[in-house]
Design a protein around this ligand. Structure first.
Ligand SMILES: [Zn+2]
Length: 61
């Protein structure tokens, strides 16, 4: 993850030209995730460790 200014999915890196992206606000930062990976964010946020800083401390909903 080098560039947070570009909109692309946290997980698969696809951009908004390819898939619809949903904004994720987290710890004052702005991230984007595609519908395919929203379930990961909801059910298995620990998998985002390394992609979303602090995600390892999130609890699955
Ligand atoms: Zn994705």
């Amino acid at each position: 993850m080098e560039n947070h200014n570009e909109k692309h999915c946290l997980v698969c890196q696809r951009d908004e030209q390819t898939v619809p992206l949903v904004r994720v606000d987290f710890k004052g930062n702005e991230y984007w995730i595609c519908p395919q990976h929203i379930p990961v964010l909801i059910h298995d946020p620990q998998k985002l460790e390394g992609m979303l800083p602090g995600a390892e401390n999130m609890q699955a909903g």
